[in-house]
Design a protein around this ligand. Sequence first.
Ligand code: SAM
Ligand code: SF4
Length: 334
Amino acid sequence: MTTPLIDPFARPISYLRVSVTDRCDFRCVYCMAENMTFLPKKELLTLEELDRMCSTFIRLGVEKLRITGGEPLVRKGIMTFFQGMTRHLDAGRLRELTLTTNGSQLRRYAQDLADCGVRRVNISLDTLDDKKFADITRWGRLAQVLDGIDAAQHAGLRVKINAVALKGFNEDELFTMVEWCASRDMDLTFIEVMPMGDLGNEDRLDQYWPLSDLRARLAERFTLTDLAERSGGPARYVRLNESGQKIGFITPLTHNFCESCNRVRLTCTGELYMCLGQEDMADLRAPLRASADDAVLEDAIRRAIAHKPKGHDFDYSRQKVDGQMTRHMSHTGG
Ligand code: SAM
Ligand code: SF4
């Protein structure tokens, strides 16, 4: 039997996030520059390579696979990849196949995803206002995303909305968003904005809205009960007693989840990042392309995991403009 992946701090690696493309049909201001240069296609893992890579991780004990990007649903032929992963779900090796999407293509793909065994989907949506939506995503249109959400729910997918908390942008929509999600039986998670990419650190800092503050505002209207539920990642959950609704908080800048971290991230070019907040990575594309023998890839994965750091160093208070993360979320995959 294959020995499962366990890092040097005895954390089993059971969760892989995979970015399948760096491209996107939106240009969210906190994520990409408008004139973003994308990678040449040959740099990307092919669909076959993505399948081989994910299948190897699954053989090594990964039970949950989250597909992301860029926008995963703009990758040409991506349904072939999802269909391929269905065999691991059917065999019981993979417990969950899911994705994070901006929702723009869900009208087209929601049913196919459900047919592939996807049960839940995270949809990113920061505002319910048409104009603000167009401003923050630059190229996105709210109606298309709302229609995508309808399609997802119609196909039986459980929807979780992810909203980046942005000071002076969606602060005033806190309760509107909470109530809207409750009315549609959708969970809602807020994400603290991160200093990613080269988009001008100052803007990001201006927009930084600590979730501790957001939480305090929620507590003015609702009674919050902390939930013990942990995903192994940077999310914490509360229950709103009055509505029964679950609200999540993702604070990637805090260190409070490192000890239980069960995840690694694969970029669309086959680089494996062991920690969200560190630049340390291992190239898995070279061993993948070097040999058709999966043992070579497996060995490279094991060597990479042996270097997973204990915790991360990713904090505004210690962030210098020239010391910020240089990679984009769209490359690493959120
Ligand atoms: N395109 C898909 C989407 O938007 O859901 C998947 C990829 S996107 C990079 C994944 C998540 O990262 C989204 O929820 C997005 O809001 C979030 N994100 C992007 N840039 C961010 C930043 N600088 N800080 C915090 N979250 C960010
Ligand atoms: Fe695209 Fe998602 Fe980044 Fe927005 S957050 S630009 S939708 S990848």
